[in-house]
Structures are given as C-alpha cells and as structure tokens.
Design a protein around this ligand. Structure first.
Ligand code: SAM
Length: 387
C-alpha cells in the first residue's frame, strides 16, 4: 500500500488559489479522491517517473509528493493551478522542489512510468497534451485518468484510445469515474500529428484585422473562431495616440491588443493571461502580424505584478467560465487590478454580456462607469481612473 493521505484528511486543509473568502469551495473533488484511493488499492508503484496532468489546485500533486521516489512532475496550462500547487505543497510541509511544475508549453519529460490525468474541460487541451506526452509513454506506463461523470465523454475515451491504446472506465463512485488506458506500442508508434497550434484567418470584415491570421494553442478561448463579444469590442475600440501604454488583460490569442497596435504604430502593448497557451498564442499572433515590433507577454494573475499607475488603457473581455473561482470573483479582481495599473485619467474598456451586470462592479471599484455602446447581447463599458 502507498498509504496516501486523502486531501480531505490533510491538516491544514488544502486551499484554492486565489482564495476567495466568499467562496469556500474545496480544493479537490471526488475524482481526485477516487484516483488517490485507486493508487493505494491497486498498489500502483510510485518509485519511478510520475506525471500528473491537469491537476486543478494541486491536490493530486501535493498528496503524492510524499509517496513518490522522485519528485512528481505536474503539467498544467494554468498559472493559477501552479500557484495553488505551490501553496498546497507548502501547507503540507513539503520543501520547494518536492514537485516539478511544468507548463503546457514546456518540454515534457522524456520518460513517463505513471501518467495520471485529471480530465480537463477542454478536449483540445487533452489531445494536445497526450500527443506531446505520447513519445515518453511506453508499454509499461500505468495510465489512469479521472474526472466527474459529467466530464468524461465518449470523445474523451476515444482520445486516449487513438493516442495511447485500449481504454475502459471504472464504475462511478460519488459521481466520479476513472479511466484505465493500456498503452499499446503500435498505437503509440502511429500517433497522429499534433494539430495544435491551429491558425485561422480573421473574417474579411473584422475591424482593423481583416485578413490577419491568429495562432491558437490548444484549449484557449475562441481557438476556432473570433468570439462575438471580442468582435463587438473590436468594432468600438478606443483610439490611442502616440506612445500610449496599453494592457490586453486576459488576452487569449491577443486580437484586442493586436488591433490596437495596428491602429497606432507607437502604442506599447502588454499582454497578460493566466493560461500559458493563451500567452504563447498572443505572442505568436503578434509576431506574425507585426514586423519585429516589441511587446511584453506575461503569464500572470490579472494585472498583479504590473507597475502601478503605468497604463493609459486596459482592454478586457473577462472570463465567464472558470473552475478556479466564480466568474464574478475573477472579473472583480481583474477590474481592481486594472484600476491599480492605470495612470490617473487612464481608462478601462470592458466588453461583457449585458446580463452579467459588470457596470455595477465597475462603478463600485472606479466610482464611475459609462456604457459606450450596447446591442441586445453585449455592452462595452468604460471606467476612468480618477486622479
Ligand atoms: C473571455 S476570454 C477573452 C480572451 C481575449 N481577450 C478575447 O477577447 O478573445 C478571457 C481570458 O481571461 C483569461 N483569464 C482567466 N482568469 C484570468 C486571470 N486570473 N488572470 C489573467 N487572465 C485570466 C482566460 O484564460 C481567457 O483567455
């Protein structure tokens, strides 16, 4: 037996990052517990190279860190998941270095003996990550996936089958299920080419961006086509003049920042997203469409870590689905961060679904908010940092 302590028994308890006092959700779920129990019951040997893919708040990685011979490797696309993992490792008393934290864009390990997969929301991200890891998987690799019943579809299992080998599922336990996959050398050798990153041309009538091509790494927002909310903001982008400093906050593939850069050759752009894939996409998109122009690309949490009072304009299409925090909480933190990042007189422009009521939060945070334009579905809002 590995005698792995379940996250629910850990003292002090594991936490999400960022912590939100209004949201006391646990940092693990039944699918994490099912997987950890299975590793114990099936006596899966943990004395070799263990890789954890898609761990949400680090509950799997932190629970395993005391039981693996080598530090387990975690691979995630999320900066927030990495921060949560560091926090939870330290809460469980592990030193820095007790786990190796890699991003979805880092070079994957060369050999994987145990592959544990917390099924991500995005099938594309799973496809990309399994394809990147396939060369490191061998016939003896133990592959176990986990997820809530509602997150595991036929298409999920087909991906494991197509990339690694024969796959079956366990019985459901507390609405969670395990996925057992037996790597087959013939399937591994015939692994399809990785279709990610994907590129698509922007529509001919896309304001400022007609005919431009965007690069999209797997799992990012609007990886297949331009989002209609983004498009609405593109149609009403504010004009900037001279060397204005502009922040594309939650940049995704970076189309908002790119349009601003193309409209004003002197604008200095900063792109931030919590997704490693998004920042890599924005960087590739920008490089492809500007002639060696410089810009800053950062993986981070909102506007945290940016120089206060240094931006003239912040553009933001806040996330509306997130497992890290309630959507409201993320938008709220992004708006607060934007206020700090703006210089007095600087403006935050936000596009959002009308029903989300962002104007209420903006008014509370900035003390002002004006609707620039609206249609039946979206509004573009503007808030100004007062002196
Ligand atoms: C609705 S998408 C908008 C993407 C892009 N600006 C566009 O309009 O196509 C929201 C983006 O915010 C990012 N995001 C979510 N939480 C974040 C956080 N805490 N800090 C920075 N970016 C975050 C998501 O990864 C996603 O790319």
């Amino acid at each position: 037996m590995n005698h792995i302590a379940l996250p629910g028994d850990a003292e002090p308890g594991l936490v999400r990052f960022p912590a939100d006092p209004r949201d006391r959700l646990r940092a693990w779920d039944a699918s994490d517990e099912y997987l950890l129990r299975h590793l114990d019951e099936a006596e899966v040997p943990l004395d070799r190279s263990v890789v954890v893919l898609g761990d949400r708040w680090g509950a799997l990685t932190a629970s395993l860190a005391a039981h693996t011979a080598q530090a387990p490797t975690q691979i995630t696309d999320s900066h927030l998941a990495q921060r949560a993992t560091e926090l939870n490792l330290s809460r469980l008393g592990h030193p820095a270095g007790a786990a190796r934290l890699l991003s979805s864009r880092d070079e994957p390990p060369q050999r994987v003996d145990v592959l544990l997969v917390r099924v991500p929301k995005s099938l594309a991200l799973l496809e990309d990550q399994l394809l990147r890891l396939a060369p490191a998987v061998h016939a003896g690799t133990v592959v176990v996936g986990t997820g809530m019943v509602t997150e595991i579809h036929t298409s999920t299992l087909q991906l494991f089958e197509r990339i690694l080998g024969p796959t079956r599922t366990s019985l459901a336990r507390r609405k969670a299920r395990l996925i057992f996959c037996t790597p087959d050398p013939e399937v591994l050798a015939a692994a399809p080419a990785n279709p990610w990153p994907r590129r698509y041309p922007l529509p001919a009538d896309a304001p400022l961006l007609a005919g431009r091509t965007v690069t999209n790494h797997a799992g990012i927002f609007s990886a297949e086509r331009l989002d209609i909310g983004t498009r609405f903001l593109l149609e009403h982008l504010p004009e900037t003049k001279g060397p204005a400093r502009v922040l594309d906050l939650g940049c995704g593939n970076g189309v908002l920042g790119l349009a601003t850069a193309l409209a004003n050759p002197q604008a200095e752009l900063t792109f931030v997203d919590e997704s490693f894939g998004a920042v890599a996409s924005a960087e590739a998109t920008f490089a492809q469409n500007t002639d060696g122009r410089k810009a800053e690309f950062r993986v981070g949490d909102g506007a945290g870590g940016l120089e206060p009072g240094s931006f003239d304009l912040v553009l933001n299409n806040p996330p509306f689905h997130s497992y890290q925090a309630s959507t409201d909480a993320t938008a709220h933190r992004m708006f607060g961060g934007a206020l700090r990042a703006l210089r007095p007189g600087g403006e935050l422009w936000v596009v959002g679904n009308r029903h989300l009521g962002y104007h209420v939060q903006l008014r509370r945070i900035f003390g002002n908010c004006r609707t620039v334009v609206g249609n039946p579905k979206f509004v573009v809002l503007r808030a100004v940092r007062r002196g």
